[in-house]
Design a protein around this ligand. Sequence first.
Ligand SMILES: Cc1ncc(COP(=O)(O)O)c(C=O)c1O
Length: 502
Amino acid sequence: MTIFTQKTCDSCRKAVKWLRDNSIPFEEIPIREHPPTLPELSLALKSANGDIRKLFNTSGQDYRALKLKDSLPTMTGAEALALLAANGNLIKRPFLIKGDLTLTGFDPQKWSDSLPPAPCPLTSVLPLDKFPPLNHVPPAMPISDYANAFVCDLVAYEPGKPIEETARELGLDPASIIKVASNENPLGPSPLAKKAMAAAIDQAHIYPDGGGYKLRSAIAQKLGFDISSIVLGNGSNEIIELLCHTFLNRDAELIAAKHAFVVYKLMATLFGAKYVEVDDPDFIHDLHAMADAITENTRLVFVANPNNPTGTQVTQEAIDRLIDRLPPHVIAVFDEAYFEFLDTPPDVLKHVHAGKNVVVLRTCSKIHGLAALRIGYGIAPKPIADLLQKARQPFNTNAMAQAAALAALDDADHIEKTKAVNREGLAFYEAAFKERGMKYVPSFANFILVEVGEGDRVFRDMLKQGVIVRAMSGYKLPDWVRISIGTPRENQRALEVLDAVR
Ligand SMILES: Cc1ncc(COP(=O)(O)O)c(C=O)c1O
């Protein structure tokens, strides 16, 4: 028999193991993803001497959406197989091997009865010998047809608009533009980090310490962990990606809140996993409902605390209860990008210490002012951290970023100044919005979400006046904009411009 195998597919691995364990002879046809493409199917058919009964596909998706480009319109899997049958391949008993390894025989009669109304009439079938030959790539297909469908369908992440680009587009002086769109530190980088970066320049010709020994040791010591629990990332975004690399596949699910940081959804989609969105009344993650949403396929539950773009946080009690309810196959990830801004932060690290399936993410992009260097870290029990280390590139964080982060961690002065500016800015905006009767979400982070009516228009009109805020339609909040807290002067200007355009 011939089995389609996809490298990263769990079901495929299990099926292959099952076949081996049961001494069933088989041949593997590697495919890029389920369902097999026509050339892959054609190759498999050839090696099965055209006998469809000998073909096995482990995915529950069957051959759905198989495209016979240029010759036939898109077909469902059932149609494709019916088509093959009509070409002399008797479909007596095609099989599907499900993830749990039960072999399911299909009743061919029932199966053909369940054929959907054919957009592709069986009269227009291609004779088997007209199938593209071995290794033949159908001509003139756009390159996107060869890409994973879930990547093509993604809407690329839109970061806050850079100052230079805005200046160029609008013919403005870059110095006159203020960017309050990406939750950066308005005071700039930690001065200690700047010194460390300058010192690191002379070593720029040497590869960085791939293991990040000094920085990981310092973080471990500061937080009371062994170095083996610390994983460095090219921004904490990379740790999100490493978690998805390690634990997601097309059968897996990732749970997050309705208005959670959008990168979780992006990543889940990129890995072909199911993204499960849980309602967040009053913009606050409902951890109880998120625990209720866990299924046997759930692998990751993401809690951004405080969350971006809402600025809301969850309580210690809610956190503890969620962690108590985690089944052994699920990891709770607490994204604490804005942790340092909290006056009374929750303690999630105690659960990591206790060896629970909990990962905490932190970043140097926010309070330390090192967003451009791309450095963040994860704290995880050793068995999880070990897996994440395997999933990363050898030199994922650069030497300058490591040196800067190491210095910034201890820059208490910069941290305190940043917190003070932020506290003042939040109070300024809250008072201003209250005075104007505008709806806003009380924030625990370094930005604030405010309802302005037409968010996209307000964003554009503010941009024209050199103030870059963030429109929120990508977060299903078309009436809102998010404003990062700036210096007092920047806050004043942003408010004046907001008043002028709304
Ligand atoms: C909640 C949250 N997590 C993670 C990140 C990513 O930060 P980094 O710059 O470390 O990749 C951000 C950045 O905006 C964020 O808001």
